[in-house]
Design a protein around this ligand. Structure first.
Ligand SMILES: [Mn+2]
Length: 320
């Protein structure tokens, strides 16, 4: 069984590196830190490498120990968390490739099974929820710190327990963490409610640009590099959800300029459109109702391509 192999590999490794996906969200960071704290408990030489992340998550325990770069080139073991594709490991893929053994623990539907051992459950609402099983198998004590990281992952990936991915186990899991002293309302407020002023300014720009297309079934907006310079903010978390929450919208599109003629796409769907399928066409993927990718071309071309692809998916399904 994969879990037994994972246990064995973790037990025998000395040097371990923990990696996650680029533009890390609360589940990516929460899972990484929970794993880090757990492996420290086992006395491992462990690094958690996350070059850049939103300061929203600075409140999590042990963020001071997050490294921008690894300590060595060749780790005994590399663990990728919450990452469906090696391409999404971005700058740190070399640590993964050079490691003697590679493990992936994830919940992305489109996971490419890129590791030696892949512990993937696409029905789990968050990687953090899978992690508790792994940590327990390793006989790691679920402390308040670990619980805070894990619950942050679940809260961010379920939008505060409101997505369809939430199952009875999600609440059982939350109940268990609460019993360890984890402060759910504090996490909720920090990751879902309060936003820094500069982030609010960036959001305002995106909201003002929202267009409703295809009879209001598609919401579209974007942010340029200039907007980021002007607001001194590059944290786009939450923008794509604003469009998704407009009544009648099936798919919300958010484009972000990363360099000239290159855009990152974020898609959200409300119900029946599988946006992971759409993003697979654009070098990306993700979940049925939340996915991302990259697209090259001028702004007008990019907009036209992504809108027409979303329209095609909406039409096919509504004609079935
Ligand atoms: Mn996740």
């Amino acid at each position: 069984m994969t879990l037994d192999n994972i246990k064995e590999e973790i037990c025998s490794a000395k040097n371990i590196v923990i990696l996650t996906h680029d533009v890390p969200d609360g589940d990516a960071i929460g899972s990484s830190l929970a794993m880090y704290i757990g492996l420290k408990q086992l006395g491992k030489d462990v690094d958690v490498v996350i070059p850049k992340y939103s300061k929203t998550y600075k409140f999590l325990p042990f963020t001071d120990e997050i490294k921008e770069k690894g300590r060595v080139e060749n780790y005994d073991l590399a663990i990728a968390l919450d990452c469906g594709d090696i391409k999404r490991l971005n700058g740190f893929a070399s640590y993964f490739e050079y490691a003697n053994c590679k493990i992936s623990i994830d919940h992305h539907e489109a996971n490419t099974m890129f590791a030696d051992y892949n512990f993937v459950d696409p029905t789990a609402p968050a990687c953090s929820q899978i992690l508790i099983t792994v940590l327990k198998a390793l006989k790691i004590e679920i402390t308040k710190d670990i619980g805070t990281c894990l619950l942050t992952g679940v809260i961010t990936d379920t939008g505060g327990f409101k997505y369809k991915s939430v199952k009875p186990e999600t609440f059982e899991f939350a109940a268990e963490l609460l019993s360890k002293g984890v402060n759910v309302s504090d996490i909720y407020r920090k990751v879902l409610q309060s936003i820094p002023v500069e982030k609010f300014e960036l959001r305002k720009i995106a909201i003002n640009r929202i267009e409703l297309l295809e009879d209001g079934k598609i919401s579209f907006t974007y942010i340029t590099k200039k907007d980021e310079e002007q607001t001194k903010c590059d944290d786009h978390d939450g923008i794509v959800e604003i469009g998704r929450d407009i009544e009648g919208v099936e798919v919300s599109i958010f484009l972000r300029e990363v360099e000239e003629d290159t855009y990152k796409i974020s898609l959200r769907s409300n119900d029946y459109v599988n946006v992971s399928d759409i993003c697979l066409l654009f070098n990306g993927g993700g979940h049925m109702r939340a996915a991302g990718g990259t697209i090259n071309g001028t702004f007008d071309k990019v907009k036209e391509r992504i809108v027409s692809e979303c329209k095609k998916h909406i039409d096919t399904i509504s004609n079935e």
